[in-house]
Ligand binder design. Structure first.
Ligand SMILES: [Zn+2]
Length: 148
């Protein structure tokens, strides 16, 4: 079940992403209980795959001491990349709620389904608070260009 207050928390968290990181956040929750929260964190770790989804899923698995998250939901401000989409399939996440569509690289909504990767009965809903989520990204990239 979708909880708007958790998505709003994801939006607020994305706005507080560390400087220079692409502002994206992800939250794992079971029903209305937040398990883990993360933003992108590729610079300080020097790990380019330390996306919000990756970090929050790893933390949720450690915290819950479980292998699969089939009873959990992930709330993400941007459609996940191919790496994170595959990760979400691997951990059998139950529900994926995301904000902005990745129109350049629609990994979750186009690539994975095309090649039959989404085997389990995952619920996927995109475009949640889409304009707000898009604006966070547009503002970041506009500022980055202006700073150059
Ligand atoms: Zn990713």
């Amino acid at each position: 079940m979708f909880y708007p207050e958790i998505f709003k928390l994801a939006i607020e968290t994305a706005k507080n992403t560390p400087q220079d990181e692409v502002p994206v956040s992800a939250i794992v929750a079971i029903e209305n209980k937040v398990i883990s929260v993360a933003t992108n964190n590729t610079f300080s770790t020097k790990k380019d795959w330390y996306h919000a989804e990756y970090i929050t899923v790893c933390n949720a698995i450690d915290k819950l001491q479980t292998r699969y998250l089939n009873n959990a939901s992930i709330y993400i401000t941007l459609e996940p990349c191919i790496f994170c989409s595959t990760l979400l399939e691997k951990v059998r996440i139950g529900h994926i709620y995301f904000g902005a569509y990745n129109t350049d690289k629609p990994a979750l909504t186009e690539c994975l389904p095309k090649f039959g990767y989404l085997k389990n009965n995952v619920e996927i809903i995109g475009g949640i608070y889409e304009r707000t989520c898009n604006n966070i990204l547009v503002n970041f990239f506009t500022k980055m260009r202006n700073d150059e």
